[in-house]
Ligand binder design. Structure first.
Ligand SMILES: [Zn+2]
Length: 127
């Protein structure tokens, strides 16, 4: 697909700069396996607002998955106090950023992120 003639894969915007998103590493610095997720087999193109949200969504998903593990008593990146701190700050940042973007796509809603922040606030990290 020609990026100039394409449309944003998330909100359908046309006639705007589109960027191909490459998700190389996840929030915790682990290499993201591009071959496993079925959604990553074809390149996607997003307009600026959606590509930002897509990045936020990726971090949101990484942190959500890790808090699920933590709550289940499994090994989690969030059991490290510094990672937990970093993740909490990032989620707060995502809440703030979502408030400033025009939310034309439904990649990520501030309600979802607020719920994640509430979950982080109720978890006690082992010191
Ligand atoms: Zn878009």
């Amino acid at each position: 697909m020609d990026s100039a003639a394409g449309s944003c894969n998330a909100c359908g915007a046309t006639g705007t700069a589109l960027m191909k998103l490459s998700l190389g590493k996840d929030f915790f610095g682990r290499i993201y396996d591009r071959l496993s997720p079925s959604t990553d087999q074809s390149p996607k193109w997003y307009c600026e607002a959606c590509s930002m949200q897509k990045n936020l969504q990726r971090d949101f998903r990484d942190i959500s998955a890790e808090i699920d593990k933590l709550v289940a008593g499994q090994t989690s990146e969030l059991s490290k106090p510094d990672e937990f701190q970093r993740a909490t700050l990032r989620v707060r940042e995502i809440v703030a950023l979502l408030d400033t973007v025009q939310n034309r796509s439904s990649l990520l809603t501030s309600a979802e992120v607020t719920r994640l922040l509430e979950r982080l606030n109720t978890v006690t990290v082992p010191a």
